[in-house]
Write a protein of this length. Structure first.
Length: 398
């Protein structure tokens, strides 16, 4: 584990360097600048965290280097108090008498973004009922897509990002210990999850300070997402406040955003002594995860890692229990590209961070999945989550 624990987010100079790469691209392509609509992209390049809804929030930078953040009027005071943006532009409300995209067009023109503009999307995405014209329509500009460049940047984490994800992993483990403590026959999923999540969130805030990097709806999560008993064989179930019973197979889920960055820690567990078949599937999941750990290194294709796990399943007559690929990248978003999947030929590089979570699912018994978060190093991997994976440690009292 890290010897120093981050209390702040990504440093300003690193954010500036990220924006510099987009600026270099815009200048090289003779574009007027770039525009970002995606909330996670805006956070990645500026450190600005906000509640995303139907009201557009937009970041822009001209080829000359001038920046502006564009927010609804009621966000101006908070944005001014909590950020270092020199230029904050606003609009009254959405949809308003004048659509925000038309107000944005004037802001961009004032910045010098007119004829050709790099964009993550051609306008604000249609979320939570938002409807509006494309950016190219209101500006009359030709737009050049930025998505592939941005995703390639996000895929390789810096030392600062990995430190935040490692810290998240530490709080995932704390939350998981609490979750195990509160998971007992007679208790319900909601009772165990809410107690563990609340206690872990309050402890994290006390340790990391009252800023903590937590957004309006953030906090430590700990629970089962409905993967309890036979429902644990559904790789993605939903919570139903199920009461725990002796003999239940459980698949846990924990996460802890630290300045927006999260690790993932999950474990298969059993309430009461496991049957021989439970133990067999559990042991194979542990072994398959070790196969993935051994296969993941710089220079291999993501497909090769998943392929190694699939071969293990095939050699041990387990393919009938297979449901999902081996893992995915993670960071500012719970799921990011690339994917540890036989269909993803992306080359693994140092700095990439993945979940490793091969699972086996038997509808007559339950599901078994461990998930750990790992960073790819120059010569292998660094496991960022630290939690027991043996069945003795993960058998709960009946």
């Amino acid at each position: 584990m890290a010897t120093t624990r981050p209390r702040l987010g990504i440093p300003a100079d690193e954010l500036e360097a990220r924006r510099g790469r987009l600026l270099d691209h815009a200048r090289r392509e003779r574009l007027g600048g770039y525009v970002l609509f995606d909330p996670s992209y805006i956070n990645y390049f500026t450190g600005f965290s906000f509640l995303s809804n139907e009201r557009p929030i937009v970041f822009a930078q001209s080829a000359a280097g001038e920046t502006a953040i564009f927010v609804p009027e009621f966000e101006v005071e908070r944005t001014r108090a909590e950020t270092a943006f020199e230029r904050i532009e606003s609009y009254p409300e959405y949809p308003g008498r004048e659509h925000p995209m038309r107000a944005l067009a004037r802001v961009l023109s004032g910045l010098g973004l007119r004829e050709k503009i790099a964009v993550d999307e051609d306008g604000y995405p249609g979320i939570l009922g938002y409807r509006g014209p494309r950016l190219s329509e209101v500006t009359g500009a030709a737009v050049s897509p930025l998505g592939d460049l941005i995703e390639s940047m996000i895929a390789r984490k810096s030392e600062n990002e990995i430190a935040l994800i490692r810290e998240s992993g530490r709080w995932c483990a704390h939350a998981h210990r609490l979750l195990q403590e509160y998971t007992r026959p007679g208790a319900t999923e909601a009772e165990a999850s809410l107690r563990a999540a609340q206690e872990a969130t309050l402890a994290m805030l006390e340790a990391l300070g009252d800023t903590g990097g937590l957004g309006s709806a953030d906090g430590v999560k700990a629970g089962y997402r409905g993967q309890i008993g036979l429902r644990s064989s559904w790789a993605h179930a939903v919570a139903h406040n199920i009461e725990f019973q002796p003999g239940d197979v459980l698949v846990s889920e924990t996460g802890a955003p630290v300045w927006g960055y999260s690790a993932e820690l999950e474990r298969a567990m059993v309430i009461g002594p496991p049957t021989d078949e439970m133990r067999r599937l559990f042991d194979h999941v542990v072994a398959a995860q070790q196969v993935a750990f051994a296969a993941l290194r710089p220079g291999v294709a993501c497909a090769e890692v998943d392929g190694a796990v699939m071969r293990y399943f095939e050699e041990n007559d387990l393919l009938r229990y297979w449901r999902q690929h081996t893992g995915h990248a993670i960071g500012l978003r719970d799921h990011e590209a690339p994917f540890l999947d036989v269909g993803d030929e992306t080359t693994v590089e140092p700095g990439m961070v993945f979940t490793i979570e091969p699972g086996l699912y038997d509808a007559a018994i339950g599901g078994f999945r461990h998930s750990d978060t790992v960073a790819v190093t120059e010569d292998g991997i660094d496991i960022l989550t630290d939690y027991p994976s043996d069945i003795e440690s993960l058998t709960l009292p009946a």
